[in-house]
Design a binder for this molecule. Structure first.
Ligand code: WTA
Length: 637
């Protein structure tokens, strides 16, 4: 496959960017034309940010799987689409060519149909990182069912909330999943999540760990048995269902500053084009290269840069089941050497963790195949950037620092590998189609360079969030109401004298722990479920490896026993309500929380104390009980 709209030079970037701003409809129409449509669109773009209502390529119809699979069959049918590396280095790998992927997706799409799944139905996928996860997602897309993939680390309660919100009727899961030394019993978590649930019609269980599971008659079926039924039918074809450009492709839940996670909705055509365009341009992918994105498909990075971006480009996507530090901290480098990986896309938290193990795991590994390195999920500190650059890229590979969000569908601000300049800790320049702006608290746009503000986007791009599932008002309130006529990202940002962007972190009550978004309110709600807890407040603090750690201040009814045991108990409660990723790193029991006279918790003070910086707490005179602050400081951890 060639990529006619791949940007080739800095001048070309400037030209394309200019065109995307001046003539956005023409710009995107020309790109859209290179995809496979069943029917061409009538109108490229119709939008307003007040409702919001954003429609790309209205009237057009297509199926994303024809673009991700079928269109590659003739010329690239024998090219590996997915290379899978097991958690266990001694287990054989698996390679699925585009032809084989086509066969398996069609086959499983027929399984879904056989089990009563129809266009528009919500199917929840709670699986480990095995090719069947991608096959199941693509099979949903083939028949127009909406997938909602839930990361394998979420708890039964977190799954139950998401199933309920999406009104999902179908689940695809595994008996278990391997992650390093752990064997996670996915099916039994699902059983707990759906006990008493009357909406779920079928649970399809794929075998991976051979863990014993309970199967409920009439509801639970085995993946392999269902495949056999399709085989006895002679493996019929499953034509790709015709989807409107703005039909929903998937829902992906993500945390915000308030309440429960919200279901971010992406639609077929715009998301596909954006994932593809950004993949091809940011990483400068060349046909035949091996692209290794280390994310889990349960997060947006895996959706866009393991599945939809690479596959729509006919690329070879390497999928890794395990973790970077098991059996040892050389696992990524072994994989790079084994497959001659060209592009490595990972998270600063992984880099920092591997840095900590020392160079003995890097030395001796042949990393000379690497051409491009990528970073995503959180700001990358200069130390990690330098380590990545020197020891992994050997000073020869551009590092793309890609800023984006679940809501943006794909990369928004990033340098383009070897095409636009990189700058450590800067995401640098917006992609064509992206019109960022910085605003002050009053919503006034801050013009010029060398300025700081809240990052907004002024104009829609094809991959923008369309709604939050079943609750459009929440989408409007969260993203489109803070600043008039702008999409608000929730991030703070600096634009330097040369007009390059540096993301400074969230400006709302959202934490970024190991690159995962966690709402403080969500963690507080979970902590408060513990019967001994009266009230709690959660803030972030700088953490050497995770980027941010979770610090919980808890008012606890301490009449009973061992306080350390109580802390463990609270941690377990959070694990049960959300999942291990949201466990507090530090818990401090406090007599009370610093509140204003109107009852508002002054988080600014709690944040400072958690950061260990109590030199300048600002004005504490408006507190109901200023003396409380000294007590909290003296007992801080
Ligand atoms: C943060 C992940 C700095 C940011 C793709 C954003 C980053 C949130 C970067 C979205 C980066 C992501 N530099 N910060 N390169 N990339 N972020 O939805 O705060 O899981 O708002 O999407 O991660 O996280 P999400």
């Amino acid at each position: 496959m060639n990529y006619p709209f791949q940007i080739k030079s800095l001048e070309d970037y400037k030209k394309q960017y200019q065109k995307s701003v001046e003539f956005p409809e023409q710009f995107w129409a020309e790109i859209a034309e290179t995809f496979t449509w069943k029917k061409k669109w009538d109108k490229v773009l119709e939008w307003n940010f007040t409702q919001p209502s954003i429609k790309w390529f209205q009237g057009g119809t297509l199926n994303i799987t024809e673009n991700c699979i079928d269109r590659h069959l003739e010329t690239n049918g024998n090219t590996p689409a997915i290379i899978w590396e097991s958690n266990n280095p001694d287990e054989n790998n698996r390679v699925l060519t585009y032809k084989e992927l086509h066969f398996k997706v069609v086959q499983f799409a027929n399984v879904l149909k056989n089990n009563g799944v129809n266009k528009g139905d919500r199917v929840c996928l709670y699986m480990g990182m095995i090719p069947e996860l991608a096959i199941a997602a693509l099979a949903c897309a083939r028949i127009g069912a909406i997938h909602s993939i839930i990361f394998g680390g979420f708890s039964a309660q977190a799954i139950a909330d998401r199933l309920d919100d999406a009104k999902a009727e179908f689940i695809i899961t595994c008996d278990g999943a391997y992650r390093g030394v752990k064997d996670i019993p996915l099916k039994s978590v699902i059983d707990a999540a759906i006990s008493g649930n009357k909406t779920i019609k079928k649970v399809i269980v794929c075998t991976r760990t051979n863990t014993t599971v309970n199967m409920t008659i009439d509801r639970d079926v085995w993946w392999d048995d269902e495949i056999k039924k399709i085989e006895t039918l002679g493996n019929p074809d499953c034509p790709a269902v015709e989807m409107d450009a703005e039909d929903i492709l998937f829902i992906l839940y993500t945390s915000g500053s308030t309440g429960k996670p919200k279901g971010v909705v992406h639609t077929v055509a715009g998301y596909m084009i954006w994932a593809n365009y950004t993949f091809v341009n940011v990483f400068q992918y060349q046909q035949g290269q091996i692209h290794f994105c280390t994310a889990d498909i349960g997060w947006i990075t895996g959706h866009s840069y393991i599945m939809y971006g690479p596959l729509s480009a006919g690329a070879t996507s390497l999928m890794f089941e395990g973790v970077p530090t098991w059996p040892d901290a050389g696992r990524f480098w072994e994989i790079v050497e084994k497959y001659k990986v060209d592009i490595l896309y990972t998270a600063p938290t992984a880099i920092r963790s591997l840095m900590g193990f020392g160079l003995e795991y890097v030395n001796g590994k042949n990393l000379s195949s690497l051409k491009v390195l990528g970073s995503v999920g959180e700001p990358i500190n200069i130390e990690a950037w330098n380590w990545y650059n020197q020891n992994i890229g050997k000073g020869n590979c551009p590092i793309v620092d890609t800023w984006w969000q679940t809501e943006t569908g794909g990369i928004m601000i990033s340098n383009l590998a070897d095409v636009t300049p990189s700058k450590p800790s800067y995401a640098t320049l917006p992609l064509p189609g992206i019109q960022p702006c910085l605003v002050d608290e009053n919503g006034i746009e801050i013009e010029g360079n060398g300025v700081n503000g809240n990052l907004c986007i002024k104009f829609p791009w094809p991959g923008i969030i369309r709604t939050t599932y079943n609750d459009h008002e929440r989408c409007r309130l969260t993203y489109f109401s803070t600043y008039e006529n702008k999409y608000f990202t929730g991030d703070g940002c600096l634009r330097n004298e040369s007009g390059e962007y540096k993301i400074t972190g969230r400006v709302d009550d959202v934490l970024n722990v190991s690159g995962h978004r966690i709402g403080t309110a969500e963690v507080e709600n979970a902590i408060n479920m513990h019967e001994g807890v009266i009230e709690s407040a959660v803030v972030g603090y700088p953490h050497d490896i995770k980027g941010q750690g979770i610090y919980a201040y808890v008012i606890y009814n301490s009449s009973d026993g061992d306080l350390n045991l109580s802390k463990l108990d609270i941690i377990q409660t959070v694990s049960r309500m959300i999942g291990p990723i949201a466990k507090p790193d530090k818990i401090q029991f406090v007599p009370n929380l610093p509140k204003t006279r109107s009852g508002k918790i002054m988080r600014r003070i709690l944040r400072k104390i958690a950061e260990g910086d109590t030199s300048n707490l600002g004005d504490t005179s408006t507190l109901l009980d200023p003396s409380l602050v000294d007590i909290i400081i003296s007992e801080s951890i």
